[in-house]
Design a protein around this ligand. Structure first.
Ligand code: HEM
Length: 309
């Protein structure tokens, strides 16, 4: 019986995402491997203090790190996330060997687990990004829109995010794309709400989709709707987290997307940055700058735990 990691954990009040790169050398790789093999136990040690807070940690591996951690072949679709350059906006591709997506009902548990992880990795790996996210009221992002509505639920969420029996070597795994966006809230807040509604394709207050006849083809919800050859929608699981510092004037959205295939997320990104058709890009990007971007493979828990054997 193959058990996935906590990919499908419900949207939490708090999250902390750590992206690390592993130092050169076998010792650094083997210490990282040991930590990842012990991760389930570490999550139990920290999370048992308050089981209601449902601490979880999903760990994923970048293309360059896979062969240093696992002796099994690399998952077929794992590669470095390509940078995407549109006419106006660019999605960068930034380094990341291992990602830890930590979620809980309380920020202190996320903080404690991240501390324990980095203590174990001291001298073996270095954090290239740490983002502490919080759930904003009504599940809104810092642009003020309710974020996550169209996430699949129930069986559909597993179908969207987890690799099935068609790829038995990696069944129960998932592909994870993370990107850090910084918003220009001054400019965004100068935009009338009706215009903001057209950028997203939803009504800001009620969260109801705008009727198709008034939704521009550049709206975020249109450009991120991907269909297969039979016209069926291919969904992904998103767990975007607001983060920032009012004092520093930093307001952001940390995009977190899980999918059974990275092709779907990459198509969404091309639609957003290059546009569909070309030039018809996502106007969210006029107010949001992507500053990081990486792709990871999230093995099943069953596969991850073999690292500790
Ligand atoms: C929908 C915000 C980046 C994929 C939405 C919605 C909001 C939103 C408010 C509408 C409600 C919902 O269904 O969740 C943002 C913000 C982003 C961002 C603030 C960063 C600045 C991305 C990226 C992707 C993406 C990078 C994919 C690569 C989607 C998808 C939907 C969606 C698939 C659902 C579309 C539908 O089926 O209606 N997003 N998003 N988003 N977003 Fe984003």
């Amino acid at each position: 019986m193959i058990e996935p990691q906590a990919v499908l954990a419900p949207l939490s009040r708090a999250a902390l995402v750590l992206v690390v790169t592993i130092h050169d050398g076998d010792d650094a790789a083997s210490r990282t491997r040991d930590l990842c093999g012990d991760l389930s136990g570490l999550v139990r040690s920290v999370g048992f203090r308050d089981l209601d807070a449902q601490l979880s940690c999903v760990v994923g591996f970048g293309a360059d790190a896979w062969g240093r951690i696992f002796d099994t072949p690399r998952p077929a679709r794992l590669h470095r996330l390509p940078a995407i350059k549109g006419e106006r906006h660019e999605a960068p591709s930034t380094p990341g060997d291992v990602v830890f997506h930590i979620r809980a009902g309380r920020p202190d548990l996320c903080f404690e687990l991240a501390t324990q992880i980095l203590t174990r990795l001291d001298g073996a790996a270095v954090a290239v990004d740490e983002t502490q996210g919080f759930r904003f009221f009504d599940f809104r992002d810092l642009l003020g829109f309710v974020d996550g509505t169209e996430n699949p639920t129930g069986d559909a969420s597993a179908e969207a995010a987890l690799i099935g029996a068609d790829d038995p070597d990696f069944a129960g795994g998932s592909y994870l794309v993370v990107q850090k966006y910084l918003h220009d809230l001054d400019a965004w807040n100068k935009l009338p709400v009706e215009a903001q509604n057209r950028v997203i394709g939803r009504d800001k207050l009620s969260n109801v989709e705008l009727p198709d006849e008034v939704t521009p083809s550049s709206a975020h919800r249109i450009l991120t709707t991907i269909k297969d050859d039979e016209g069926n929608e291919i969904k992904i699981m998103r767990d975007n987290m607001p983060f920032g510092s009012p004092a520093a004037g930093e307001f952001g959205t940390y995009f977190i997307g899980y999918a059974a295939s990275p092709t779907v997320i990459e198509q969404m990104l091309r639609n957003m940055f290059i546009g569909n058709p070309t030039g018809n890009y996502d106007r969210i990007l006029d107010f949001s700058r992507a500053v990081t971007g990486s792709l990871f493979f999230v093995p099943s828990l069953t596969m991850l735990d073999t690292l500790g054997d």
